[in-house]
Design a protein around this ligand. Sequence first.
Ligand SMILES: Nc1ncnc2c1ncn2[C@@H]1O[C@H](COP(=O)(O)OP(=O)(O)OP(=O)(O)O)[C@@H](O)[C@H]1O
Length: 278
Amino acid sequence: MSNTTSDDSLITTEVQADSNDDRAPVNEAGTAVAARDLNVYYGDEQAINDVTMEIPEKRVTALIGPSGCGKSTFLRTINRMNDMIDICRVEGDVEFGGKNVYDADVDPVALRRKIGMVFQKPNPFPKSIRDNVAYGLKIQGFDGDVDARVEESLKGAALWDEVKDQLHSSGLELSGGQQQRLCIARAIAPDPEVILMDEPTSALDPVAASKIEDLIDDLAEEYTVIIVTHNMQQAARISDRTAVFLTGGELVEYDDTAKIFEDPEQQRVEDYITGKFG
Ligand SMILES: Nc1ncnc2c1ncn2[C@@H]1O[C@H](COP(=O)(O)OP(=O)(O)OP(=O)(O)O)[C@@H](O)[C@H]1O
């Protein structure tokens, strides 16, 4: 992508989207996850306001918007991480695999194996590199070749070459960027369909962040990736679709990333993208 600056570059960030030419047009992809009339509340406060959107499979979808607009809430609603927050209440549907994930017969633990998550701060367990990746397999009673799956997952997370001779060292001894890739390996080991990422590079240095961005592009060959980012250049570089949330948890515009960054329909979106607020 190119990041152009204009005369008033101190206040204007123009971002040109990468076309991600190597993937088929997004409208040829099926739907991985669909939110329908989704409202989310924390007590009396509404964090997501009547959101309906279809997220394409095996593509990268970015969620952007100013602080507090509900991006993380929306992300956590998809794999029911909000279940852990007592005051959180969800109305409406999140469809995945032909079901509403909020149906009474959905097991949230099984759901989270299918919809894995990577957080802002790398959070490996205080265990060996191998055991970090094998952890979820053990819980799910995986009866295949664990070491082969660990290797495959570490390769999938572009970490294998760096750690293959130290699989029994602690995951905490790795650099921040390596720890984040270890967390990605842990998320892909149970063979999910969707990976949710909540600002996965914001705690990393630029080189480590760039490696994760490259990895996200590769992951979308096999998985649906939904990423929250504050970094608009990052959204433009790596995503196929971009959803813009604004204050009050409203989904204001959702379209192909190039359209959002180059020719948004709404003035509010243009103002946000060009740095006029947020
Ligand atoms: N656990 C919680 N308990 C109560 N309110 C919450 C909780 N988590 C989020 N909120 C509120 O819900 C709204 C949306 O928050 P959320 O974290 O989803 O926004 P965000 O867009 O991801 O913000 P940021 O970019 O700052 O991470 C905010 O008003 C926030 O204060």
